[in-house]
Design a protein around this ligand. Sequence first.
Ligand code: UGA
Length: 430
Amino acid sequence: MKIAIIGTGHVGLITGVCFAEKGHQVICIDNNKKKISQLKSGRMPIYEPGLAKLVRRHRTKKRISFSDRIRDGIVSSEIIIIAVGTPLAQDGSADLSYIEGVCYEIARYLKEYRVIIEKSTVPVATGERIKKILMKYAPGVDFDMVSNPEFLQEGKAIQTTLFPDRIVIGVENARAETIMRRLYKDFKAPILVTDLASAELIKHASNSFLAMKISYINAVARICELVKADVTKVAHGMGLDKRIGAEFLKAGIGYGGYCFPKDIAAFARFSEQVGYDFDLLQTVRRINETQRDYFIKKIEEELWIVKGKTIGFLGLAFKPQTDDIRESPALEIARKLIELGAKLRTYDPQAMPNAKQVLKKNTKYCRSPYEAARRAHCLVIATDWSEFKQLDFRRIKKLLLHPTIIDGRNMLKPQQMKKLGFVYRSVGRV
Ligand code: UGA
């Protein structure tokens, strides 16, 4: 099938190349000319494992192409996917201005039947609004509106798109359902067909629920510290119950990234607007925010006065396998430590070029974790890159001024670290 995807961010680009992988003909469109020319010359705007290789393969097979003109996609494709950003507006709701702008553009070139899919995370009723614009500005042109939220996870985006747990399709008639089933015919995942509003709600409700699990286990972690229990064991015991499930029960410095913080805020705001005070979500958010301060307190407890101290700081991305630093708890903690007067020696396998744009003062970017540890008063782990687990900790011990490790991601084993002679602090474990 011929597909146009508008927006080549994490969602648009990954979705595009994955549809190409399934044999569809894809054109990815973005109004950022620089990004498009970068993609045309084979350079990826983001780091995502496996992405560059897959794009290269499908460019060679001519299954994926790039353009900065919406017209190119609308004219030639039977399916138009909207995958532009929905950032946080000042009042906490989702800023839908990019979506609105794209709709006017689509309407301008819409001349015959097309399926219009909203893939961006949006509040309920956005599909209805898109429909209204298209009917108003492309009067008499036939189209179907579909909500088809994405559930990809950065860092494993290709895998979670090609092999999703479920495919959600919100439609208004059988014609659109038939086309959507054709689009996904080679995906081995359950397809759930709903109305537009339910599909839109599934995305916000899912992200909020996952964030709630993380805040829940972080709250439990604080209790664990008070009663000398081990949160990893508690989470394991909880997760064995199929009704709870083991995923998203890793305690640490809280969730971050482009999606959870803004989606929870937007969902809370939307609920309020439609007449329900979803105060549970405010609590989820509050636990998440205080988790960072709580972690900084641990660092202060070990260093006493942070001002003037050198801190080896491992990890800047919001999670491993990505260079994304948007709403990264690691970056936020790094900023606060600098505000407190610390000097950072930091290392991240992928996120340093992005971090360099925003974290400049008193920060030395190092070539390895060992260089970051050199003559530091302690070592902080802020992103759970698996390579941090494999470090030569005897060497790290010799490099540090004092063998102190404060692990915000519970990556290392407390007993092992103590045996090696470290003062070791983590989250929810004694
Ligand atoms: C999230 C959802 O997991 C995806 O299903 C969704 O499609 C995506 O948002 C989106 O809305 O586009 P993502 O933001 O890529 O995906 O990252 P996650 O893997 O969900 O991690 C989010 C944050 O939670 C990270 O900071 C991670 O370190 C943290 N986390 C995750 C924990 O602190 N503990 C856990 O147990 C799991």
